[in-house]
Design a protein around this ligand. Structure first.
Ligand code: IPM
Ligand code: MG
Length: 389
C-alpha cells in the first residue's frame, strides 16, 4: 500500500516539474485591442446559475449592443456544463464543453455545483477548479469595497497551486492514513506577485500585504513569502508587509487596522477563505464578483454557490443577479470597455447600497432578478446622461 502511495507521489513530482517548464516559457497577455472580434462565452452553471447569468448576459448585451451590431463583440451560450452532464461523463468539464470554451476569449460563468462525498452524483472535481487549471487562470482577483467604512481592498489569490493543485489526487495510504499534497512553485508565485504589484503601481496603491502561515508551513509558504518579497523589492515606491493568515482574519474586522490594507497576495486556500470573509463584510458573498485571469483566457464569475434549494422551491426567478452582473462589470473593464464597466459598477452600488429601490429577498415578497437587472440598466442609462459619456 505505501508503495502505491510513493508511486503516486513520484507521479505528482514529475507532473509538477513538467508544469514548471511550461511556466518558464515567456507568456504575454492576450491583447483584446488587436482582436478583430471578442468572443464572450456564457456558462449558466447549476442551480440558480442559469437564471442569474441570463440577467447578467442581458445587461451586458444591452450595454454592448452597438459592438454586437458592428460584429466587434459576439456572445456565445455554452451549454452542457451542468452537474448532471459532468457526473454522467465523470469529468469536471465535459470534452465538448471545453472545446467550445477554448474558442472564446473571455467567459462569464454562473455558479457550478461541486459534488462532495455522499452526494447523488459522481464525486468529480469542481468545475471551477478544473477550469482554472485547464485555462491556466492563475490570478483570482477579488475586489471588496465598502466606501463608507474606508475599505478598498483588492485580493490577488493565486488560483492554480497550493492545496487545490492536487486536491483530487490525494492518497489514502492505508485505511488510517490520508495524505494531500500542497504545491507552491517559484514561477507560479512570481506571476501572481507581479500582477499584484503591477496593479498596485498602476492604481497608485501604497501598500501590498503578503499573507501566509510561513512560521508553520515552512517549505511552501516560506517559498511563497520569499518570492513575493523578491518581486516587491522591484517596486521600491510600494511598501510591502506580511501577515499570517490567522491574525489577518482577525485584522479584517479590526476597524482601525483594516483600512490600511490595500492589495493582498495570498496562496490559493488562504485566498479562498479570506475573500469570503471580506465579501461578507461588504454585504455577503452574493455581492462579490471575481475575475480569474490567465494570459490567454479570462473567466468572470460569482463567488457564491448554486443554491439548488431555491430552484427546488421554484424561487430561482427571485435569485439576486448582482454578483454575476458585478462579474460582468469586471469583464467589461478587462476587455477594454473601462468606461462601461465603471458605469455598471456605479449603477450596482446605487441599486444595492445607496438607493435600494428594489429589495431582493430571494422570495416572492422581493423583486425578481429580471426586475432588478432592469433597475440596474435604468441607472446605467441615467449615469450615461449625467456625465455625458
Ligand atoms: C470560490 C469557491 C471555489 C473555490 C469552490 C466552488 C471550489 O469557493 O471560487 O471561492 O474553493 O475556489
Ligand atoms: Mg470560495
Amino acid at each position: 500500500m505505501s508503495r502505491e502511495a510513493i508511486h503516486a507521489f513520484e507521479a505528482i513530482i514529475a507532473q509538477q516539474l513538467l508544469r514548471i517548464e511550461k511556466l518558464k516559457e515567456d507568456a504575454t497577455f492576450l491583447s483584446y485591442e488587436s482582436l478583430p472580434k471578442i468572443i464572450i462565452g456564457v456558462i449558466g452553471g447549476d442551480g440558480i446559475g442559469p437564471a442569474i447569468t441570463a440577467q447578467a448576459q442581458r445587461v451586458l448585451e444591452t450595454l454592448l449592443s452597438s459592438e454586437m451590431k458592428s460584429g466587434r463583440v459576439e456572445f456565445r451560450t455554452i451549454e452542457g456544463c451542468t452537474i448532471e452532464k459532468r457526473a454522467a461523463v465523470n469529468k469536471a468539464i465535459p470534452d465538448d464543453v471545453l472545446t467550445e470554451i477554448k474558442k472564446c476569449h473571455v467567459l462569464l460563468k454562473g455558479p457550478t455545483t461541486t459534488p462532495r462525498k455522499g452526494d447523488p452524483w459522481a464525486n468529480v472535481e469542481s468545475a471551477n477548479v478544473a477550469m482554472r487549471k485547464e485555462l491556466d487562470l492563475f490570478a483570482n482577483v477579488r475586489p471588496v469595497k465598502i466606501p463608507e467604512l474606508g475599505i478598498d481592498w483588492t485580493f490577488f489569490r493565486e488560483n492554480t497551486e497550493c492545496l487545490y493543485a492536487m486536491g483530487s489526487q490525494g492518497v489514502h495510504v492505508t485505511d488510517d492514513l490520508a495524505v494531500d499534497f500542497r504545491i507552491i512553485t517559484t514561477q507560479g508565485t512570481e506571476r501572481i506577485a507581479r500582477l499584484a504589484y503591477e496593479y498596485a503601481r498602476a492604481n497608485g496603491k501604497k501598500r501590498v500585504t503578503i499573507v501566509t502561515k510561513a512560521n508553520v508551513v515552512k517549505a511552501t509558504d516560506g517559498k511563497f513569502l520569499e518570492v513575493c518579497k523578491a518581486v516587491g523589492a522591484e517596486y521600491p515606491e510600494i511598501e510591502t508587509d506580511d501577515w499570517y493568515i490567522d491574525i489577518m482574519t482577525a485584522k479584517l474586522i479590526d476597524e482601525k487596522r483594516r483600512k490600511q490594507f490595500q492589495v493582498m497576495i495570498l496562496p490559493n486556500l488562504y485566498g479562498d477563505i479570506l475573500t469570503d470573509e471580506a465579501a461578507e463584510l461588504q454585504g455577503g458573498v452574493g455581492t462579490a464578483g471575481s475575475a480569474n485571469l490567465g494570459t490567454r483566457y479570462a473567466m468572470f464569475e460569482a463567488i457564491h454557490g448554486s443554491a439548488p434549494r431555491m430552484v427546488e422551491e421554484g424561487r430561482d426567478i427571485y435569485a439576486d443577479p448582482s454578483s454575476v452582473i458585478r462579474a460582468g462589470a469586471m469583464l467589461l473593464g478587462h476587455i477594454g470597455y473601462t468606461d462601461l464597466g465603471d458605469r455598471l459598477s456605479e449603477a450596482l452600488a446605487i441599486c444595492t447600497t445607496t438607493e435600494k429601490r428594489l429589495s431582493m429577498t430571494g422570495r416572492s415578497d422581493g423583486a425578481t432578478g429580471e426586475a432588478f437587472a432592469d433597475y440596474i440598466l435604468e441607472k446605467v442609462g441615467e449615469l450615461h446622461h449625467d456625465d455625458g459619456k
